[in-house]
Design a protein around this ligand. Structure first.
Ligand code: HEC
Length: 218
């Protein structure tokens, strides 16, 4: 009735409770059909029997959810909330810096020496060093150096462009931190041995920063 040709679709009478999958196919097909899906849904909600109402309301719900998801995604992109590799790697480096600081404080006796705490901090360093290597292309996209980062990532960076001329060397240097922090982690229980191991960790920081990190602007 109502003059709508519903093409024998799922919103018409007589489909029973089976054939749910077929209904899905039909809805998909009808999107490409000249018989408008929206008209069907409206018709089904207002004029249909209970089954048609339920199916139609469910379809509207699905479409609404899809619109919300897509809308949310684009709003997120517009707000610049997408992952920022420059901020991310700086945050990782700060966690390494903190690990260094607390270790030095404990060695100097400014804070009580705690081997367990030290070991977990060395583990953080070890993981960051691993990420700098394994996740290099994500964390260090080209153009995210100290000259261009603001333009591309809206965040100032002190990463030197040389990194991308010598990627293998840069990765080797993060490998040095990885090894040195693993050794230091194992020595965490023994203060004197850890002090020695931390020297190598410090050397690896310096080795990379001297070449690949610009001094912060005063
Ligand atoms: C393989 C290279 C590499 C090693 C090894 C390395 N760093 Fe870094 N570090 C960098 C780079 C590159 C930056 C600049 C990142 C940026 O601004 O985009 C940086 C930045 C930093 C920053 C500043 C973070 C910020 O907020 O901007 C700190 C702190 C830091 N590193 C501490 C350390 C310490 C401590 C070690 C050793 C335990 C270490 N780093 C080892 C490459 C390295």
């Amino acid at each position: 009735m109502g003059g709508i040709n519903c093409h024998g679709g799922p919103l018409c009478e007589g489909w029973g409770s089976q054939g749910f999958v077929l209904r899905g196919f039909w809805i998909g097909a009808s999107l490409m059909d000249n018989c408008s899906l929206v008209r069907h849904l409206g018709h089904a909600i207002w004029k249909g029997n209970m089954m048609r109402k339920i199916v139609a309301v469910f379809m509207v719900f699905l479409m609404g959810t899809a619109v919300l998801l897509l809308g949310g995604k684009s709003a997120e992109l517009l707000a610049g909330k997408k992952a920022n590799p420059v901020k991310e790697r700086q945050k990782l480096m700060r966690s390494v810096g903190k690990a260094m600081q607390i270790s030095v404080k404990m060695l100097k006796g400014k804070v009580a020496y705690d081997g367990t705490e030290i070991a977990s901090r060395m583990k953080i360093m070890n993981e960051v060093a691993g990420k700098f290597n394994d996740d290099f292309s994500r964390l260090f996209p080209e153009g995210s150096d100290d000259e261009n980062s603001i333009m591309d990532f809206d965040q100032e960076s002190s990463a030197k462009a040389d990194i991308w001329n010598q990627v293998d060397d840069f990765k080797m240097k993060s490998g040095e931190l990885k090894t040195a922090s693993a050794v230091a982690m194992k020595q965490a229980g023994d203060k004197a041995a850890f002090a020695k191991a931390l020297e190598n960790v410090g050397k690896s920081c310096k080795g990379c920063h001297q070449k690949y990190k610009a001094d912060k602007k005063e």
